[in-house]
Design a protein around this ligand. Structure first.
Ligand SMILES: NC(=O)c1ccc[n+]([C@@H]2O[C@H](COP(=O)([O-])OP(=O)(O)OC[C@H]3O[C@@H](n4cnc5c(N)ncnc54)[C@H](OP(=O)(O)O)[C@@H]3O)[C@@H](O)[C@H]2O)c1
Length: 302
C-alpha cells in the first residue's frame, strides 16, 4: 500500500479527478486516493483500459465511489466535453491531478493541428484546469497537482520550437512540455492567490511505466534494474494531493532526491528549486497568453 505517512487521514466526501488513470503513476495516484475514501473520477481515453483500471482500483481499495470519464486529452473538443460531463454529475472538485502524459517517436499533430506531446503533456493541463476553476474555487480548500519532471531543468523554453516546428526531437520536446508544466503551475498559483485553490507540481522520479515504450531490450533491463515501481512514483504526487500539512501551500515544485529503485522517497523532504527560468514572470505571462490563444480561452478572467 502507498503510504503518505497519514495512516488515519480520510478523504470521504472529497471529489478527486485524476487524468491518465489507466496506467502507471496515474493509476497508483487514483488507487492511493481511493484508499483514503475519496470519490475518484478517473479520466482515460480508452474505455477498455479505463474500465480495467477502475475494477482493479475498486478491488484493491474496497472503495465503490469510483467513476470513469472518457476523453482523449489531445482533443480540445473532448476536454471541453469532459469538463461539461463532470459538471453534470458533480458539484464539487477538491483535487485535480493533471497526470496524463505521452512520448511519441515522430512528430504527430492532434485534430486541432497541435503537436500531440505539447497538446497532451502541457496544453491539456492548462485547458482542463481553467475549465474547472470555478468548481475548484467553489470547493475550496482545493488543490491542483501537475505532474512534471526534473528533466525540465535540461532545457530552456524555445517559443519558436515549442511544438517541434523547427526540429522534432522527442526528448527535447518532452523536456520543454515538462518545463511548461512548472511555469504554468507557478503562474496559475499566482493568479489563484487568496482563492483557497493551491497549485503545486511534482516530479515522480524515474519510474518504470509504459511511457518509455517501445524501448530496446537493453533499455528494458536498465529500467527494470534501476527504475521505481509506479506505486513509488505516485508517492510525492499523493502527498501533494492529500497531506493536511500542505493546506494553503502553493506555487511549489517537489522532486525526489532518491533516484534509485530501492531508495524510499520521503515526500515531506521533497520541496525543491525548479530551473531558474521557471521563476521568470515575463516568460510565464507569454506562455499563458500563447496557451489562451491556442485553446481559444482568451477571455480567461482569474
Ligand atoms: N515514468 C517516469 O519515469 C516519469 C518521470 C517523470 C514524469 N513522468 C510523468 O508522469 C506522468 C504519468 O506518466 P507514466 O510514467 O505513468 O506513463 P504511462 O504509464 O504511459 O501513463 C500515461 C497515462 O496518460 C494517458 N494518456 C496518454 N495520452 C493520452 C491522451 N491523449 N488522452 C488521455 N490520456 C492519455 C495514458 O493512457 P493510455 O493507457 O490510454 O495510454 C496513461 O493512462 C506523465 O505526465 C509523465 O510525463 C513520468
Amino acid at each position: 500500500m502507498i503510504s503518505t505517512g497519514l495512516s488515519d487521514y480520510r478523504m470521504e466526501g472529497q471529489v478527486c479527478m485524476v487524468t491518465g488513470a489507466s496506467s502507471g503513476i496515474g493509476k497508483e495516484i487514483a488507487l492511493g486516493l481511493a484508499r483514503l475514501g475519496a470519490t475518484i473520477v478517473l479520466v482515460c481515453r480508452d474505455a477498455g483500459r479505463g474500465q480495467a483500471a477502475l475494477a482493479e482500483i475498486q478491488r484493491s481499495s474496497g472503495n465503490n465511489s469510483l467513476d470513469l470519464l472518457l476523453a482523449d486529452l489531445s482533443s480540445q473538443k473532448q476536454i471541453r466535453k469532459l469538463a461539461k460531463d463532470f459538471r453534470q454529475k458533480y458539484r464539487a472538485l477538491h483535487v485535480l491531478v493533471n497526470n496524463a502524459g505521452i512520448v511519441t517517436q515522430t512528430r504527430c499533430l492532434s485534430e486541432d493541428g497541435i503537436e500531440i506531446m505539447f497538446a497532451v503533456n502541457y496544453l491539456a493541463y492548462f485547458l482542463l484546469s481553467n475549465l474547472l476553476l470555478d468548481v475548484l474555487k467553489a470547493s475550496a480548500p482545493s488543490r491542483i497537482v501537475n505532474i512534471t519532471s526534473s528533466i525540465h531543468k535540461s532545457v530552456r523554453l524555445d517559443f519558436s520550437n515549442l511544438q517541434g516546428e523547427k526540429r522534432f526531437n522527442k526528448n527535447l520536446i518532452y523536456a520543454q512540455n515538462k518545463l511548461a508544466d512548472v511555469i504554468f503551475t507557478y503562474e496559475l498559483a499566482r493568479r489563484l492567490e487568496n482563492t483557497g485553490v493551491t497549485v503545486t507540481c511534482a516530479c515522480p522520479g524515474a519510474t518504470a511505466t509504459r511511457i518509455w515504450e517501445p524501448s530496446s531490450r537493453f533499455m528494458d533491463t536498465l529500467f527494470k534494474t534501476f527504475m521505481k515501481e509506479p506505486a513509488e512514483g505516485a508517492r510525492i504526487p499523493l502527498y501533494l494531493a492529500t497531506s493536511p500539512e500542505l493546506e494553503g501551500v502553493t506555487c511549489r515544485y517537489y522532486q525526489t532526491r532518491q533516484h534509485l529503485k530501492r531508495s524510499r522517497v520521503n515526500p515531506a523532504n521533497a520541496a525543491a528549486r525548479s530551473s531558474r527560468e521557471t521563476y521568470d514572470k515575463d516568460i510565464a505571462k507569454r506562455l499563458w497568453q500563447l496557451s489562451e490563444e491556442l485553446t481559444g480561452l482568451s477571455n480567461t478572467t482569474i
